[in-house]
Write a protein that binds this ligand. Structure first.
Ligand code: FES
Length: 271
C-alpha cells in the first residue's frame, strides 16, 4: 500500500483532520481556520506539518487501475520516459496526462489555486519516483486533448516560450498549451512558467503498488476545472464520446493511450 496516501493517524488525532478536509468549500477563511485547527492537533501529538498538509487536500474519486488498450496493467517500471500519455479520469470525458519524467521528483511543493487555496504537491511515484499525472484541461480557457486535435501537450525536447517577465526562455520537460501559450512545469506540480494561466494544472493523485508495479489514480489535488469544463463543452463531449452522461465516473480501470492515439493531430508551438 502506498505510504503517501495512507499514513496512519497517531492516537489522539482525528482521521477527519487527516483525510476529510472540506476542500470544495468556497469559504476560504473557514478552510484556513480548519487547517489551523488540524495543524494544532497534529502538533500536539508530534505529527509533521508537511505530512498533514500533503494528505489534507486530496479529493478522492474511484481508485482506478491504469491499463493498456488490451486490458493489461500499465507497468510503472516500463513506462517510457518523455512520452506524452493520456487517460480519462475521474470522468469518462476528462483527459489527464501520465508522464514519466525520467528522474526522481521531490514532493511537498507548496502550490496554490487561483482562488488562493493552498495545497502540497506530493511529487513523483513509481520505482524511480519519476511518474506524475495532471489533468490535461488547461487552467486558462480549458483547451484539452480532443479526438480530432490537441493544442496542449508535453514537450520533452527543448522548446522556447515567454516566461512571466515576457523573456524568451528555452527549456525541456514542459507542458505547453498552444491556445494562448500557457506553459506548465510537470516536475514542479505543473506550476505555471509563463502565459495567461493563473494556477497549476490540477494534479491527479497516483498510487504505485510495488507488489505488481501497477499504477492507480485515486483522486485530485489543486484547482479542478471539471465543473466549468462540463458547463462549456457538454454538447461537444456527448457527440465526441457517444455518451449522454459526460460526467460518468471512471471506475475499475482507465485506458492509457499515447497522445497521438488519443488525438489525431498535435498542435505544437514555441515562443
Ligand atoms: S487555453 Fe491554454 S493557454 Fe489559453
Amino acid at each position: 500500500m502506498h505510504l503517501r496516501r495512507l499514513a496512519a493517524a497517531p492516537a489522539g488525532v482525528s482521521i477527519s483532520c487527516m483525510s476529510r478536509i472540506p476542500v470544495e468549500t468556497s469559504d476560504q477563511l473557514a478552510r484556513r481556520g480548519f487547517m489551523k485547527l488540524c495543524a494544532a492537533s497534529a502538533a500536539a501529538v508530534g505529527i509533521a506539518p508537511e505530512l498533514l498538509a500533503s494528505t489534507a487536500p486530496v479529493k478522492h474519486y474511484a481508485r482506478v487501475r491504469l491499463v493498456h488498450a488490451g486490458g493489461q496493467a500499465v507497468a510503472a517500471g516500463a513506462l517510457p520516459v518523455g512520452e506524452s500519455l493520456v487517460f480519462n479520469y475521474p470522468y469518462a470525458t476528462t483527459p489527464c496526462f501520465l508522464l514519466n519524467l525520467g528522474r526522481a521528483l521531490e514532493g511537498n511543493l507548496d502550490l496554490h489555486t487561483e482562488a488562493g487555496d493552498e495545497y502540497l504537491w506530493p511529487g513523483g511515484v513509481g520505482p524511480a519516483s519519476s511518474i506524475v499525472a495532471f489533468s490535461a484541461i488547461c487552467a486558462h480557457k480549458m483547451s484539452h486533448p480532443a479526438k480530432t486535435v490537441s493544442f496542449i501537450n508535453y514537450r520533452h525536447e527543448d522548446v522556447s516560450f515567454r516566461d512571466h517577465a515576457q523573456k524568451i526562455v528555452k527549456r525541456d520537460g514542459v507542458i505547453f498549451c498552444c491556445s494562448e501559450k500557457s506553459v506548465y512545469d510537470p516536475a514542479r506540480g505543473a506550476r505555471v512558467l509563463g502565459g495567461p494561466a493563473r494556477q497549476p494544472l490540477c494534479a491527479i493523485v497516483l498510487e504505485h503498488d510495488p507488489a505488481d508495479d501497477a499504477l492507480y489514480a485515486i483522486g485530485s489535488r489543486g484547482g479542478e476545472m471539471f465543473e466549468k469544463f462540463f458547463a462549456t463543452f457538454t454538447p461537444r463531449l456527448q457527440l465526441e464520446w457517444g455518451l449522454s452522461d459526460v460526467r460518468a465516473p471512471v471506475t475499475g480501470s482507465s485506458t492509457v493511450l499515447a497522445i497521438d492515439e488519443y488525438s489525431r493531430t498535435q498542435m505544437l508551438c514555441g515562443g
